[in-house]
Design a protein around this ligand. Structure first.
Ligand code: KIV
Length: 270
């Protein structure tokens, strides 16, 4: 599934189904279940390494897991996160690190934030690296944002996210990923830009959906050091394993629900 084929799916009105993936076994299983794209997310810092946030994930971690996912994939496109510290400080370093992820097997890299990051995205694109812009709640800025909070609730912050999406679209990003924003804002952005949108906690009008696989399986219970009883799953997550008898059928059910537009429902949106 090349990025061009993903675009063709979207042009035919089909929603893109994407999950995070960090290893070859889950890559094979996810591909067999019909997913279009796999995200090697820096969420691996939380769901694999047990940390409180994604801030300490390294470029080497991302290369290792991208290689593992690529080993298990023949059809799905692979998107890999550029981890915190690997792209924000200067464009040349960003390009060097993006090339490492592409060499490891990524088809496209994802960077977080608008504003200054528009120039970085443009620089990567000019050097032949496909880019996804991650806007709204950006996990690498969790401290600055004051925690895991919905973004774009005020007119001013909604405008800022919309303008960032338009600017990213203009420099030619391949996708805009929107996390934890009001569904109405995600709809406006989707209708305002050419690049397809992928949502997580961004309502049902995005062109595609992504979830962290541990959330889809209902097995993530917070940082390793914290009491699992205290963990509250985010509103946008749905445990598909609760209604299915195997991991394979849970992933298939997710693909079906994204494609037939029954997921996310209003109860998963803001
Ligand atoms: O790292 C990740 O898994 C992500 C998703 C939350 C979209 O960026």
């Amino acid at each position: 599934m090349s990025l061009a084929k993903i675009n063709a799916l979207i042009e035919h009105g089909e929603k893109v189904a994407m999950l995070t993936c960090y290893d070859a076994t889950f890559a094979k299983l996810s591909e067999a279940a019909g997913l279009d794209m796999l995200l090697v997310g820096d969420s691996l810092g939380m769901v694999l390494q047990g940390a409180e946030n994604t801030l300490n994930v390294s470029i080497e971690d991302m290369e290792y897991h991208t290689k593992s996912v690529a080993a298990g994939t023949t059809v799905c496109s692979i998107m890999t996160d550029m981890p915190a510290g690997s792209y924000e400080h200067n464009k040349e370093t960003a390009l060097l690190n993006a090339k490492k992820l592409i060499a490891a097997g990524a088809d496209i890299v994802k960077i977080e934030g608008g504003g200054e990051m528009v120039n970085t995205a443009q620089y990567l694109i000019e050097h032949g690296i496909p880019v996804c812009a991650h806007l709204g709640f950006t996990p690498q800025s969790v401290i600055q944002l004051g925690g895991y909070r919905i973004q774009g609730k005020t007119d001013e912050s909604a405008q800022k996210i919309l303008q960032d999406a338009i600017a990213m679209d203009k420099v030619g990003v391949h996708f805009v990923l929107l996390e934890m924003v009001p569904a109405i804002l995600a709809k406006t952005i989707t209708e305002s830009i050419k690049s397809p949108t992928i949502g997580i906690g961004a309502g049902s009008d995005c062109d595609g959906q992504v979830l962290v696989i541990q959330d889809l399986l209902g097995i993530y219970t917070g940082p390793a050091s914290k009491n699992p009883e205290a963990f509250k799953s985010p509103r946008f997550a749905k445990n598909f394993l609760a209604e299915n008898t195997s991991i394979q059928s849970a992933v298939q059910a997710y693909v079906k629900a994204v494609k037939n537009k029954s997921f996310p429902g209003e109860e998963h949106s803001y």
